[in-house]
Design a protein around this ligand. Structure first.
Ligand SMILES: *Cc1c(COP(=O)(O)O)cnc(C)c1O
Length: 360
């Protein structure tokens, strides 16, 4: 069986070129006589892999010198605790709740201090991004937290919140490297890589240096202290070596493609194909406010549960995998990350058209 079009929200599709290259290097990485999976994380070969990966990421995102790049483990979810532990000097933080991942981060942070939900879109099943131009930011907030792209609901901030001078912390798991960002607007940008960058097991955190110190909450585990990881260039203990290696390949793939400006154009083109279809379809409907639509995750419904199920089953049969919506939302969701080729989206839309005609 050949490869399918994989619309999974994560772990998700990776560039075929990257997978092929990794396959070629599987048994003998560049004359070392071993796989990257088998080599010491202190070896010369791995040192080159992690340093190149960091440099390529710095080039792609234009990361300033005063930001550290950390390759961590524990998933994005581990950061829900690490962030308050490292940043809560006043034990106060403001959270904007735009979906389940933001809510989970908010709930976790409550273990460590006073956490305020300063805005939320829960009232309309997270189908929009609240107006964040003039929020009641707490005077003594250590940071303001957002989930920039909401993987489950399919919304994305088109403008960052006005934090009134407070440090912005953003979970970018599902929009990492999908378009250019101005790193200087954030204190921390972090994400699990299994959505848009690499295999599960790696979390990348880009942290402004002044936020990295020994002044962390009492009881913070050594491993969760950013300073430990920063002082040791992400090699305090064994890092997720193979995952970092694949991320490095994806960074090179992005650079060869022309970088994040080009990636953004491609992502806009792809998303437009699907959204344009949804906007004129009599059967399929997008579920979120148009201005807040994500370029990466596109949820849609027919309005009829049985028809949704029929669509997902027939799509799978036709080689379109993982189109079922999140278990808490229902309907469908097409995740169209960087590595999803345009023809995958075109073919999906052609299939949807046909399905609509047959089932009208
Ligand atoms: C998937 C996801 C998470 C959770 O990631 P884990 O690595 O499984 O902990 C958190 N935030 C966002 C935005 C996600 O898409």
């Amino acid at each position: 069986m050949g490869r399918v079009y994989n619309f999974s929200a994560g772990p998700a599709v990776l560039p075929e070129e990257v997978l092929k290259e990794a396959a070629e290097e599987m048994l003998d990485y560049k004359g070392t006589g071993m796989s990257v999976m088998e080599m010491s994380h202190r070896s010369k070969a791995f040192d080159t892999i992690i340093k190149e990966a960091e440099q390529d990421l710095r080039d792609l995102m234009n990361i300033p010198e005063n930001y550290k790049v950390l390759f961590l483990q524990g998933g994005a979810s581990q950061q829900f605790a690490a962030i308050p532990m490292n940043l809560m000097k006043n034990k106060v933080a403001d959270y904007i709740i735009t979906g389940q991942w933001a809510k989970k981060a908010y709930q976790e942070a409550q273990k460590y201090g006073k956490v305020n939900a300063i805005a939320s879109s829960e009232d309309e099943t997270y189908s929009y991004i609240p107006d964040c131009s003039d929020l009641p930011i707490s005077e003594d907030a250590d940071y303001v937290y957002i989930c920039e792209n909401n993987t489950i609901y399919g919304t994305k901030y088109k403008t960052l919140p006005n934090t009134k001078g407070k440090t912005l912390v953003a979970d970018v798991s599902s929009c990492f490297l999908s378009e250019p960002v101005d790193v200087t607007k954030y204190g921390i940008i972090y994400g699990g890589v299994q959505k848009n960058v690499g295999p599960a097991g790696v979390v990348i955190a880009i942290i402004r240096e002044d936020l990295i110190s020994d002044d962390v909450l009492e009881g913070t585990p050594t491993m969760l202290k950013y300073k430990t990881q920063a002082d040791n260039d992400s090699l305090y203990n064994t890092p997720p070596c193979y995952g970092i290696y694949i991320c490095g390949k994806v960074f090179k793939w992005l650079k060869n493609m022309g970088g994040l400006e080009v990636m953004k154009q491609k992502n806009e083109e792809k998303a437009k194909i699907l959204y344009d279809f949804l906007d004129q379809s009599k059967m399929f409907k997008g579920t979120v406010r148009k201005e807040d639509r994500s370029l990466m995750n596109v949820p849609f419904v027919t309005g009829d549960k049985d028809l949704d199920a029929k669509f997902v089953a027939e799509a799978k049969e036709a080689g379109f995998e993982n189109l079922k919506g999140h278990r808490t939302v229902g309907g469908m969701r097409a995740s169209i990350y960087n590595a999803m080729p345009k023809e995958g989206v075109e073919k999906l839309v052609a299939f949807m058209k046909e399905f609509e005609e047959k089932n009208a």
